[in-house]
Design a protein around this ligand. Structure first.
Ligand code: XMP
Length: 507
């Protein structure tokens, strides 16, 4: 496997993903808390960083256990760090070197550059530049503006590149990573979804033995794949609980429950709609609603898990990005924008041990694993849906009538996307019920009814997002259908805000 030492670059996760796309397992660790035992790693990659190597505050870790001992690739800051501490000279560049560049002046017969075209496009993003290479370095390639764009240290498997092979704009970035990892470090490309399933199932069997495990299903991809992996490992020792909080999509509770049962899972459906809606009565503050939904969920889940005798484990669908220890550029804690509710917040008194079969995977890898487990596309391809459900899409206070209205609107929108072949082109879509009435006219009647906003975004991880340019004809059709069919709604708008500064959900 590959160790990626994170110096705080915004692209570090992308490096890990690119390596894994080559079917080679990689892990990210913060530079200031590296693993003590390095024996499991066959290669090391140093990430970029927002810092300048010349600054006192910049990461300056001791690499003596790695450099010259294991194949090592420095990317951007990583390359400058290797140059700076081996006697080279790194200085501010006259202009910030940012954007596309072309790599040429290749050293002949260099395995690192095997199969790469002279002039290939690479992506630069740095303000320091390597003016003088360290002693014993060999120049491998240059760009128009950056002479020392790639180099290696003689008699070592130490390589350094100023550009970012992990970003999409570096056309042959994956090939370069493959050259380093396979040609130079000798790693095998055998980390496939099937291999992951086999290994994880063995581990789970070993870890859990004859114990009983409880898992909260949400209908989403992560908890469903986690459940299937556990089911494969321990069969009916797995007890799944699927809670209807009354804020799910139209007919979702019944449909998803059926589907889970069809997949052989041991699932108990708990319809707690009334309990949630009662607790929410009169609350209109977004954080207040989130807290209530989170708390009632824990109460319901707690009650239900008491029914499973002798359960000792709680399984969660936590994935890798949720738990990467990140190196924040500012060093300070981040502000809570929204308090997310997940099964993770269970009280300590439940005393259950935690098992997280997906804790090593990125979202797209979870889908690939699901596919290799034979799970249906309509579960694996589902848009993300927030834990508090329609509760944070009904702005202001929640009533059963508002839930009904929004479920109808949402169903027309989502069905429409599917019918027009747009569902899979959108990362997430949904509708918001706004707390405003406006005047309309229907037939000869004056109406004074609710307004709904439709939202469809593209994104890769929900951290940033952009609104989707849905065809006008489609929006026109959906708007007509909503106003004609959903009693109480007389106006439809489309949200054209990106994240940031807006968020995906309105609350
Ligand atoms: P925002 O609104 O913060 O949403 O831009 C980013 C992504 O997170 C989802 N989301 C949640 N998911 N529990 C969840 O499991 C929550 O409380 C929650 N709030 C927002 C949102 O749907 C989007 O995909």
């Amino acid at each position: 496997q590959v160790l990626i030492l994170d110096f705080g670059s915004q692209y570090t996760q992308l490096i890990a993903r690119r390596v894994r796309e080559l079917n080679i397992y990689s892990e990210i660790k913060p530079y200031n808390n590296p693993p003590e035992d390095l024996s499991a790693y066959q290669a090391v990659i140093l990430s970029g960083s927002p810092h300048s190597v010349r600054s006192e505050q910049a990461p300056h870790p001791d690499l003596s256990a790695i450099k010259g001992k294991k194949p090592l690739l420095g990317i951007c800051y990583g390359a400058q760090y290797l140059a700076h501490f081996n006697g080279g000279n790194v200085a501010p560049s006259a202009t910030r070197e940012y954007g596309r560049a072309h790599l040429s002046n290749f050293k002949a017969n260099e395995p690192f550059l095997e199969g790469i075209k002279e002039g290939t496009q690479v992506w630069m993003s740095h303000s320091d530049t390597i003016k003088v290479l360290p002693e014993g370095a060999e120049l491998l390639a240059s760009t128009e503006d950056v002479e020392n764009a790639a180099f290696k240290l003689k008699d070592e498997k130490t390589y350094a590149i100023q550009f970012h092979p992990e970003v999409y704009h570096t056309t042959e970035g994956s090939k370069l990573l493959k050259n380093f990892l396979v040609n130079i470090a000798g790693l095998k490309q055998d980390w496939t979804p099937a291999a992951f399933v086999e290994e994880t199932v063995d581990e789970l069997k070993e870890k859990i033995g004859k114990d009983r495990v409880i898992l909260g299903l949400s209908g989403g991809v992560d908890s469903s794949v986690a459940a299937m992996l556990l089911h494969k490992a321990i069969g009916n020792q797995l007890y799944c609980i699927f809670v209807n909080n009354g804020l799910l999509r139209k007919n979702e509770y019944e449909q998803v429950l059926e589907q889970y049962k069809g997949m052989g899972l041991n699932v108990k459906g708990v319809d707690a709609s009334a309990r949630f809606l009662d607790a929410l009565k009169g609350e209109s503050d977004p954080e207040g609603k989130r807290k209530i939904i989170g708390k009632v969920f824990i109460d319901v889940f707690d009650d239900e898990s008491q029914q499973v005798e002798n359960a000792t484990w709680l399984a969660q669908g936590t994935i890798y990005p949720d738990r990467i220890e990140s190196v924040s550029a500012s060093g300070g804690p981040s502000v809570t924008i929204k308090s997310h509710h997940n099964v993770g917040g269970l009280p300590d008194y439940m005393k259950l041990k935690i098992v997280e079969p997906l804790h090593l995977l990125f979202k797209d890898e979870v889908r690939r694993v699901g596919k290799s487990l034979g799970m249906p596309d309509n579960i694996l391809g589902r848009h993300p849906f927030p834990g508090p459900g329609l509760g944070i899409r009904i702005l202001g206070d929640i009533t059963p009538e508002k839930v009904r209205m929004l479920q109808e609107v949402d169903a027309i929108f989502i069905e429409g996307l599917k019918k027009h072949g747009l569902y899979d082109k959108v990362w997430q879509a949904g509708a918001m019920l706004l707390p405003v009435n406006s005047v309309g006219v229907m037939g000869d009647e004056r109406t004074y009814e609710k307004c709904v906003a439709l939202r469809a975004v593209e994104s890769t991880d929900g951290m940033t997002a952009d609104w989707v340019n849905l065809p006008y004809e489609f929006l026109q059709k959906i708007s007509n259908e909503i106003i004609n069919k959903v009693k109480g709604v007389n106006r439809v708008v489309y949200d054209i805000s990106s994240k940031p500064p807006a968020t995906i959900e309105w609350e």
